[in-house]
Design a protein around this ligand. Structure first.
Ligand code: ADP
Ligand code: MG
Length: 368
């Protein structure tokens, strides 16, 4: 069966490594998301996999067979892979059925087989009634579904998707995330799905590979990546978290300005700079000073937003750090009021701090 293996995969452009020594094994039938900010090397990795470009170092193996190395790279048409791009690239002068049949005709299958496969795939992708229409007569979401149908029709060993939903509006994007997962459950092709959207990755993936500057920062199941980020970069990128900076006391706690956080998760550096990650919903907001001082900091409410079931607070600590906290709707404290935040040790995760330039471009979106 076709598992995909990247070994020390490297691609250089103009003196810098767009992909920098990636080692990754993708099991047969698995849907893996490459997740990371713009420019981290996701598309380059996918193009290397598809055989559009050759690596400068390292190798790619598919089903145990070497398909890419600096010395020899098998061309895309010999790889039994389908790739879907951000732009759906449908043929405008062909009907939907003809578009879907295109790859099968190229493979010189007989007419009856082509018809059978096209009918089956149009059925699964809920496109039967559009078979005789032209792409210009369909919505963006329907066109993207045709692109998927066309890629699946050739029964690829490996399916490669490069930000396939980024041209769709928010509602359609959500619907198509579930659709992609449903189709994956149906066909179980080994799939590499590139996205910069962490929610998209969490909805569709069996495994998430977080990339940063051409390297793999962390690989794991969506739960592992969310619950146990191993660096400040991953914690920030996956969203919904606060990062508090301080210095490690060498004994499992991080000393911040004016308060100390004992960490029940992660391993703080033996000494020196350290960071602590804690999710917004894991912090307790107290309106009275608690008798115990452990993992408690005083602060002032800067902003409060009513979100129906929840309230979203921004609280400033004495060291000027601002912390996002969500509470039950019943806890209603106006801006300007003094409050105390409790950071339960069990939810405090000590992390290796990232260099500032690594996290600059990261947009933090909330996953709750
Ligand atoms: P992503 O898909 O994660 O946004 P890319 O793989 O497209 O990132 O790009 C990674 C890095 O490689 C970027 O710095 C980009 O500018 C550079 N790069 C990608 N393709 C080329 C190319 N054909 N020529 C020169 N530089 C490139
Ligand atoms: Mg890209």
């Amino acid at each position: 069966m076709a598992s995909v293996e990247l070994r020390g995969l490297t691609k250089r452009y103009g003196g810098s490594n767009a992909v920098d020594g990636i080692d990754l094994t993708i099991d047969h039938g698995c849907l893996v998301c490459l997740l990371g900010p713009s420019g981290c090397g996701k598309t380059t990795t996918l193009r290397l996999l598809a055989g559009f470009i050759a690596p400068d170092a390292g190798e790619i193996h598919v089903g145990g067979k070497r398909v890419s190395s600096p010395a020899k790279t098998l061309p895309p048409e010999s790889r039994n892979m389908s790739m879907i791009f951000q732009s759906y690239a449908l043929w405008p002068h062909m009907t939907i059925a003809e578009n879907v049949a295109y790859g099968l005709k190229l493979r010189k299958l007989d007419k009856a087989t082509i018809k059978k496969r096209v009918d089956a795939i149009l059925d699964v992708t809920h496109l039967e009634r559009y078979a005789e229409r032209y792409p210009g007569e369909l919505s963006g979401g329907q066109q993207q579904r045709v692109a998927l149908a066309r890629a699946l029709a050739v029964e690829p060993e490996t399916l490669l998707l490069d930000e396939p939903l980024s041209n769709l509006d928010a509602n359609l994007r959500e619907e198509m995330r579930f659709e992609i997962r449903r189709l994956h459950n149906e066909y179980k092709y080994t799939t590499v799905y590139v996205t910069h959207d962490q929610i998209e990755a969490m909805t569709t993936a069996d495994r998430i590979v977080v990339m940063n500057q051409g390297r793999i920062e962390q690989e794991g199941s969506p739960e592992e990546i969310y619950q146990a980020p191993n660096s400040e970069f991953v914690a920030r990128f996956i969203g919904g978290t606060n990062i508090l900076k301080g210095r490690s006391d060498g004994d499992g706690a991080v000393v911040c300005d004016g308060f100390t956080l004992r960490c029940g998760q992660g391993t703080p550096a033996a000494a020196g700079e350290a960071a602590v990650s804690i999710r917004m919903h894991d912090i307790e907001l107290l309106t009275r000073q608690p008798p115990d001082r452990e993992n408690v900091a005083a602060g002032t409410v800067v902003r409060q937003i009513y979100l129906g079931a929840l309230r979203d607070y921004l609280v400033e600590l004495p060291n000027r750090a601002q912390v996002r906290v969500t509470t039950a709707m019943q806890i209603n404290v106006p801006p300007g009021r003094r409050v105390w935040l409790r950071f339960p040790p069990v939810h405090c995760r000590a992390l290796a701090p990232s260099a500032p330039d690594q996290t600059k471009s990261v947009q933090v979106e909330t996953v709750t």
